[in-house]
Write a protein that binds this ligand. Sequence first.
Ligand code: R5P
Length: 270
Amino acid sequence: MDWGLKNRLSRVIKPDTGRCVMLAVDHGYFLGPTTGLEDAGKTIAPLLPYADALMPTRGVLRACVDPAQAQGTPIVVRASGGNSIIGELSDEDITMSMEDALRLNVSGVALSIYVGGEYQHRTLVNLARLVDEGQRYGMPVLAVTAVGKDLGKDARYLSLACRIAAELGAHFVKTYYCKDFERVTGTCPVPVVMAGGKKIPELDALKLTSKAIKGGAVGVDMGRNIFQADDPVAMIQAVRAVVHQNMSPKKAHDLYRGIKASNKRKRGRK
Ligand code: R5P
């Protein structure tokens, strides 16, 4: 790995703890105006100071994120897409050039692979192509092991997908938590971040985060369980405590409730 690539990756996965909390806000690329991201800029702004990295599309980044406000937040931009929730999701391609990623001054690019899906071959070759481009310019590539309609979130499938992503050269991988998660992280030679998934109660999301970290993930790339929480700013801080300080889910949930109550008081005073 060259210096630039290592430097970019270390902006995302923090060298002091070896961990990261990425905030995923790229949902619109196939879901359109997702709940909580209707006014993406308004949702993202107060969360930026607590995110180790932000994962948007280039459209939302340009239109909704103030470049000056985000100067301290590394960006991992989504670089694949081309379909919608109405169509065949796995029918994806690379949707932006490395030149544009560099122009946006990002610290990484992300692309989904659909192992076992109808478009497995194309999405895997796309990953290899993006990695070649990344190597040329010193840009880390995050492979997102997307799960198609008929594919299960189990260790057998996810370890296959993560390992293939790493073998094709991905610099880090995003995948779902599953039973026997250690099997997924233990057989993947590059860092693994856990995908958040659908909104669940805050305590459950913190438990999931803790299990993923204990299971060998270097962090999370979480969206809905943060920005759809009752208090997103409190939730991202609680997730940080689990990821960076190994705080127990119970204590992190107490922290969440404490910050939430204090934020409510502050809002009441205005
Ligand atoms: C998954 O393929 C996409 O990157 C999602 O748009 C997003 O990252 C999902 O985040 P979460 O499941 O935590 O809301």
